[in-house]
Design a protein around this ligand. Structure first.
Ligand code: ZN
Length: 287
């Protein structure tokens, strides 16, 4: 494209086209001056006058060549084709977590084509999901929770997130830290007949928790962030996290599954039930 880069306006902004125009104009000027100088340029007899005329004409030509160049606010051709120039920054970026009521949380998320996984855009999505989950902080996040309708979940449980739970609570929940896991297009199988009921919250239903009954044991299969096939067979708290996150990919929230009369603010739950065996909590709620 010929035109002025919006970042580089003015006389030289005409670039190569402008300089070529000046060059040909100078040639033409001297040819015309040599042939018909005595008549056409009769009113401009001095060398200085002729040079001034030449400069003015060249300036006018450069300005005309700028017409049609993009305005400063319009999209322009990138100044360089360096790889990665238009990609998001490589570091993790935090995104706001979508809250209940947003349609993306109620739609079935789409399968991710396997060829997408190695792309920089997808890798950036995974980094963003992990960073957003940690910053919340949370133990799991599904892509729809940051407004991306894809079947991707990330999970992680860290020691600092369970430091306020008693040893008995950890044992009862079968909860222990585990390293970051990423599942693309996960398929979940509920195993066995054992179930467990505990309070569950969601980063997309901020400030509340409710009792949800879940399978105690599950197996998930899917692809990891490198596109490798993975299977994870777990019991206890990770099984709960997996069920919660895979539910998100189907447009289901924990409030659809909870015992509604247990719905409570997180602060109230802490004040009323912290440290108590789940059997006592159920009894208090009549469940
Ligand atoms: Zn959730």
């Amino acid at each position: 494209m010929i035109g002025c880069d919006p970042q580089e306006r003015g006389f030289f902004a005409a670039g190569r086209f402008g300089f070529a125009a000046v060059f040909f104009f100078v040639l033409a000027f001297f040819l015309v001056a040599a042939i018909v100088g005595k008549t056409t340029l009769a009113g401009v007899k001095s060398i200085t006058g002729r040079l001034a005329l030449l400069a003015a004409a060249a300036l006018l030509f450069c300005c005309v060549s700028c017409v049609g160049a993009p305005s400063p606010g319009a999209p322009s051709v990138p100044p360089t084709t360096k790889p990665g120039m238009n990609l998001p920054p490589p570091g993790p970026v935090l995104l706001p977590i979508v809250q209940a009521g947003a349609p993306v949380l109620r739609a079935r998320a789409e399968e991710v084509p396997a060829e997408k996984i190695p792309t920089p855009e997808f890798q950036q999505l995974v980094r963003t999901m992990i960073a957003t989950m940690r910053a919340a902080p949370g133990v799991g996040l599904a892509a729809p929770q940051i407004g991306i309708p894809w079947r991707v979940i990330v999970l992680e449980d860290r020691a600092e997130l369970v430091k306020n739970l008693t040893a008995e609570e950890l044992r009862e929940r079968e909860r222990a830290p585990f390293e970051t896991r990423v599942f693309v297009n996960p398929v979940l199988r509920l195993l066995g007949d054992d179930h467990a009921m505990f309070f569950e919250g969601c980063l997309s239903v901020k400030g509340y928790v409710g009792l949800v009954e879940r399978s105690r044991e599950v197996e998930v299969t899917g692809l990891d962030e490198h596109g490798e096939a993975r299977t994870w067979h777990v019991t206890g708290w990770p099984a709960r996290i997996l069920q919660h996150e895979v539910d998100h990919l189907e447009g289901t929230l924990y409030v659809d599954r909870m015992k509604t009369r247990s719905f409570v603010t997180a602060d109230q739950a802490k004040a009323l039930y912290a440290g108590k065996p789940i059997a006592d909590v159920r009894k208090a709620l009549g469940l």
